[in-house]
Ligand binder design. Structure first.
Ligand code: SF4
Ligand code: SF4
Length: 142
């Protein structure tokens, strides 16, 4: 590799790995290093809710790293049940559960509640266990 090529590679690296605002915010809230992820997909392979997700957990990480803010519209963030399976299995020791929580926090801090209690039919409100409601409110209401 010539000196010029090496310089170009360094310059490209700087551009490619420049942290976007979203990843900085998520890292601050979660305490996790998203750039440690090497996209092996182990988190997604073990997640019990992938069938209903529009983005796989490893894709969520990729979107955040690439500063693609449309990830904030993904239903995956809300479907995540914080079961920690992914965090337990990640070979890079990345706590994806915390990352999902951080993404929810970013949305909830805008005072957007994801769950409208009054939209839950009365009949269901009477039969759903209280613990499920408390858990839902903790996660979905700012
Ligand atoms: S298991 Fe860990 S390293 Fe693998 S894709 Fe998921 S977050 Fe990235
Ligand atoms: S913590 Fe969330 S993303 Fe991870 S395995 Fe459980 S449901 Fe899936």
């Amino acid at each position: 590799m010539t000196k010029n090529q090496a310089l170009n590679t360094r310059e490209i690296s700087k551009i490619v790995f420049k942290k976007g605002e979203l990843v900085k915010e998520v890292e601050e809230l979660s305490g996790e290093n998203l750039f440690g992820c090497y996209q092996c997909g182990t988190c997604s392979a073990g997640c019990p809710f992938v069938e209903d997700m529009d983005l796989l957990p490893d894709e969520v990480i990729r979107y955040v790293v690439l500063d693609r803010r449309e990830v904030l519209n993904s239903k995956t963030i809300w479907l995540c049940a914080s079961c920690y399976t992914c965090a337990e299995r990640c070979p890079r020791d990345i706590n994806i559960t915390k990352i999902m929580e951080a993404l929810r926090q970013i949305i909830l801090r805008r005072k957007i509640d994801y769950t409208d209690v009054l939209k839950i039919p009365k009949k269901e409100r009477e039969t759903i266990p209280q613990l499920a409601f408390v858990s839902l409110f903790r996660k979905n209401i700012g």
